[in-house]
Design a protein around this ligand. Structure first.
Ligand SMILES: [Zn+2]
Length: 444
């Protein structure tokens, strides 16, 4: 069955870039079911190879390893990797050139930068060659959601940089590959644009949708308010932001399909995704090694080692997201380890004035939205240890019940020690990256 789909795909899309992606895709479909020990062994080989390459061809890793007195050959197990200090965003910002491998010429690499959801935009470099396996990984995640090669994909997409002429080279390649794709810019939405999107969605009839949850939420609410029943895709994959339970339920009801949460970063691409069990996200261990900085198997900072980008090796890169490893086998049969991504992003929690515990944005949003009356779009800013400023769209009179619920919930959550002011604004701006930040913490 599947082979037919491949053949059709090959006939339709030809050779070159497509065939390289196809080869990776085919291989990734097999390796996801390989024995756990085999995957770990192969991963270790790739890490050793990357480390040797980084040491021999970048100024940064030569110095970093020499300073710590470690030689690449000292790394004999995945555990040994802990001897290498994590790579930080500050390292990237201050030593970008020193991190680039001298084995790559200018026309073999491209520059990109993160959107700055943590307040700091970081530049980095990727080899052009690694795009193929990264794209194949995205396709494998799509296949977990029921998509087949050649089927229509709609991108409900917020980062403006993906629509600009910057970075033209890789974008053009990707466009060519995706003959059956439609990308709708969802970083700026108003009723007029939402109406156009509803039309385009209907006409395009996507098999699969990849979307930023905050933008898709606005679209879903628009459809519901206007009694529009949208074309139902096979599945929706959410990326780029934390997906909360309220949004998952809203999407499943509005679009009448399952939602798959996917963990994607600009630096490393598609890293982990839910399978049809929807119980944690399988890591693409063939090209990403993930560690959690934690003492007790709890939530901690993620450290990413990217096994496919040799132009600028990211080894134990502290990406500023938090998560924990989910133990146990998955009944889908895949042996790739799983992440529990219910935990919030690093910038995405509130510190309690009661006992300094960190309360994740997902939890707060759940209490405020899923359990309360409908309110306007909002953003919570913790500007003082004991003060929250909530910016909300709409007017006070429209949101009376919701406001009362918010005050009650915050009083309960923080035992009356958190003061709250609600400010009504015309609209809540997106970040430059196109992301919508629910929670912003302005205190350490
Ligand atoms: Zn699974």
């Amino acid at each position: 069955m599947m082979l037919n789909a491949y053949n059709k795909w090959m006939l339709a899309y030809g050779s070159g870039w497509d065939s390289v992606v196809h080869k990776h895709y085919h291989s990734l479909l097999k390796t996801q079911f390989a024995a756990h020990a085999t995957i770990q062994e192969q991963k270790l080989d790739k890490i050793k190879n990357l480390l040797r390459h980084a040491y021999e061809s970048t100024v940064f890793y030569k110095e970093r390893l020499n300073q710590t007195g470690i030689k690449p050959r000292d790394i004999k197990s995945l555990d040994d990797l802990k001897k290498i200090p994590p790579l930080t965003r500050e390292d990237l910002n201050s030593q970008l050139q020193a991190l680039i491998s001298d084995r790559y010429s200018k026309d073999q690499i491209h520059y990109d930068k993160t959107g700055g959801s943590t307040g700091l935009s970081t530049q980095f470099v990727r080899s052009n060659e690694c795009l193929a396996i990264k794209k194949a990984t995205e396709f494998r995640f799509n296949s977990w959601a029921g998509w087949k090669p050649g089927e229509r994909i709609l991108y409900y997409w917020s980062p403006i940089q993906d629509f600009s002429s910057n970075n033209k080279k890789p974008n053009e390649i990707i466009q060519k590959y995706f003959r059956k794709r439609l990308a709708l810019y969802a970083g700026k939405l108003n009723p007029e644009i939402l109406a156009q999107h509803a039309e385009k969605w209907k006409k395009f009839q996507p098999h699969l949708v990849r979307a930023f949850p905050s933008s898709l939420q606005m679209f879903a609410e628009y459809l519901n308010e206007n009694n529009i029943s949208p074309y139902s895709p096979k599945a929706i994959i959410t990326v780029g932001e934390t997906l909360n339970q309220f949004q998952r339920a809203l999407f499943e009801k509005t679009f009448r399909c399952k939602v798959f949460n996917c963990y994607v970063s600009r630096e490393c691409g598609n890293m982990a995704s839910e399978c049809n069990e929807h119980d944690g996200l399988h890591v693409a261990e063939e090209l990403i090694h993930i560690e959690v900085e934690t003492e007790n198997d709890d939530v901690g900072n993620l450290l990413i080692t990217d096994l496919s980008n040799f132009a600028m090796p990211l080894i134990r890169y502290r990406i500023q997201d938090m998560s924990k490893i989910k133990l146990g086998k998955c009944s889908c049969g895949r042996t790739l380890i799983k992440l529990n991504l219910e935990s919030a992003r690093l910038s995405d929690y509130i510190v309690s004035p009661v006992d300094n515990t960190k309360i994740g944005g997902v939890t707060i949003i759940h209490y405020l939205l899923a359990e309360g009356p409908r309110v306007g779009r909002f953003q919570i800013i913790q500007d003082k240890k004991n003060h929250l400023l909530i910016k909300m769209s709409g007017s006070k009179s429209d949101n009376q019940k919701g406001i009362a619920h918010i005050h009650r919930t915050i009083d309960t959550l923080f035992e009356g020690k958190m003061l709250t002011d609600i400010e009504f604004v015309e609209h809540i701006p997106f970040l430059k990256s196109g992301k919508y930040q629910f929670i912003r913490r302005e205190i350490p």
